[in-house]
Design a protein around this ligand. Structure first.
Ligand code: ADP
Ligand code: MG
Length: 536
């Protein structure tokens, strides 16, 4: 008909689709998890929308997901009667990838062999259909709209879109399964037993019924309310809410009873998402109220520096009508947040060494932002931090370990900041400290420059930069020496008058003849550079 339009995928979307079509995946079954996950989200959204908008004319009495197979035509359809999509939404949600950083991510993918893992960090969602299908048809009608939309594509550059007269409300995704998979029982996605197994494995906790014919395949138990859940169930639940394809590093729970009751199930990911340091990065905790999904990225529940923590909080006594604005000011939510933060910090502290190292390598830079933002938990954050140190060329040290090794009479925790470990190690400032056997922390992240200025002490010991002010290493001034060098000092002072405030004899050097030292309250060279580049 004349109303069929052919449109092009946005170029990032096209590249990603090429990868889905042509790469080899270790586990293709996961496409079904993605489609059921989307269907479940759509049902959540409709329930909430129907609750908030009493004018919306929809039947919410039997919200569910339905699988339908046609072994002869070799198709599998995943259908939901959820919120559906308008034509514009189909184009923008399915035809484009709006995530910032996509181009960089794709460049990384091309260089890398292990695509499974990277794709997992990115979350390809709907496009994973093209791992198993050579053509995908999506028919959808938005709740409240009269006309539907039919979308179809083989994933190769373009898709068609046209009106669909009698589309039922909700979304149906039909996969035309690849012929090469038909012979292989392992990949027969029209086989009932196979589908049952996949749903049980990946989507059991989905809170809506997932049906195949007369049977409901999933148990629908909210995982956060179950204390008997297995590790595998936790992992699949984590993948559903986080859009990660890897198992989490750590799983932990929290609950409160009494006047303000809630349950939380939280996860530390094993790998940082590709956009951890991008500005519009979302936070990872979902809010439910009495088992009803309310919102993703609930920023009121987790501070920014813990944005990588994923999970669910189900609160009993909130209204389903809560908005983000209300939540920001809610005292009870504030209380939950404070407990969640403490629990996260305790959990990290208790991680076994190997897991902790993974964690710190992935998320340490983000956690250190908390030293500036979260003064209430400063000491607890300092306890889980690790830093490079002159103590050892490999591995890092925790502050408690540093303090343990401090020399008799040493009062301060010494540190030196710089662009890289090598730069710091070649600094003349280090000489005397090393010669006298003092350990110095080597701080090379830009954020380090900021927090060491803001954080007064750890365990009662001040942080002291060895590049600033007068750092005297026990030895007294020698009047003889002072006298001997008086002429040189006076001459240097007058010659360098424009450049330096003061010239003095120092005990901090062993082999270098001189070095430049900042005043106690001066900016460090790195910070000075930073401010200058910001035009200040
Ligand atoms: P994600 O789920 O991570 O957002 P997807 O690629 O899985 O990414 O889906 C992209 C978007 O398309 C979803 O965010 C949603 O807005 C829309 N979408 C996908 N499937 C459905 C569906 N069954 N019903 C309604 N909207 C859907
Ligand atoms: Mg999805």
């Amino acid at each position: 008909t004349a109303q069929v339009e052919t449109l092009e995928f946005q170029s990032e979307a096209r590249q990603l689709l090429q990868l889905m079509i042509h790469s080899v995946y270790s586990n293709k079954d996961t496409f079904l998890r993605e489609l059921i996950s989307n269907a479940s989200d759509a049902l959540d959204k409709l329930r909430l929308e129907a609750f908030r908008d009493k004018e919306l004319d929809v039947d919410t009495s039997d919200l569910h997901v339905e699988l339908e197979t046609d072994p002869v035509a070799r198709t599998l359809t995943v259908r939901d009667n959820g919120i559906g999509m308008s034509r514009d939404e189909v184009i923008s949600l399915i035809g484009t990838i709006a995530k910032s950083g996509t181009a960089e991510f794709l460049a990384k993918l091309k260089e890398n062999q292990q695509n499974d893992e990277l794709i997992g960090q990115f979350g390809v969602g709907f496009y994973s259909s093209f791992m198993v299908a050579d053509k995908v048809t999506l028919v959808t009608r938005k709740a409240g709209a009269t006309e539907g939309v039919r979308w179809e594509s083989s994933g190769e550059g373009t898709y068609t879109i046209e009106p669909a007269e009698d589309a039922p409300q909700g979304t149906a995704v039909t996969l035309h399964l690849k012929p090469e998979d038909t012979e292989d029982r392992l990949y027969d996605y029209t086989d009932k037993a196979k589908l049952t197994e996949i749903v049980k494995r990946y989507s059991d906790f989905i809170t809506w019924p997932v049906r195949l014919g007369e049977d409901t395949l999933n148990s629908m138990k909210a995982l956060w309310a179950r204390s008997d859940a297995t590790e595998e169930e936790h992992t699949e639940f984590y993948k559903h809410i986080s859009h990660d394809w890897q198992a989490p590093l750590e799983t932990f729970r929290l609950q409160a009873e009494g006047t303000f009751e809630y349950q939380a199930l939280l996860f530390l990911p094993a790998k940082a998402p590709f956009d951890l340091f991008m500005r519009e990065r979302k936070r990872g905790v979902q809010l439910y109220v009495k088992r009803v999904f309310i919102m993703d990225d609930c920023e009121a529940l987790m501070p920014e520096y813990l944005r990588f923590v994923k999970g669910v909080v189900d609160a009993q006594d909130l209204s389903l009508n809560v908005s983000r604005e209300i939540l920001q000011q809610d005292r009870q939510i504030e209380r939950i947040r404070r407990r969640l933060v403490k629990k996260v910090l305790q959990t990290v502290k208790a991680l076994p060494a190997e897991k902790y190292e993974t964690f710190w390598g992935e998320f340490g830079k983000a956690v250190k932002e908390g030293l500036l933002d979260d003064t209430e938990n400063r000491e607890a954050i300092l306890e889980i931090c690790s830093f490079d140190s002159t103590h050892s060329a490999e591995g890092q040290t925790k502050l408690a370990e540093y303090v343990e090794r401090m020399k008799d009479g040493q009062e301060h925790i010494y540190y030196l900041t710089g662009d890289s470990r090598t730069a710091v190690e070649n600094s003349p400032h280090l000489e005397a400290f090393q010669a006298k056997g003092y350990e110095v922390l080597v701080l090379t992240d830009p954020i380090d420059e900021m927090w060491v200025d803001a954080v007064p002490e750890f365990d009662g010991r001040k942080f002291q930069s060895i590049a600033k002010g007068q750092v005297d290493l026990e030895d007294e001034k020698d009047p003889e020496q002072e006298k001997e060098f008086e002429g040189l000092l006076t001459w240097l002072k007058s010659t360098l008058d424009e450049q330096v405030k003061e010239v003095r004899l120092s005990s901090r050097l062993t082999t270098s003849p001189a070095c430049i030292v900042g005043d106690t309250y001066d900016l460090t060279p790195t910070l000075e550079k930073m401010y200058r580049s910001m035009g200040q």
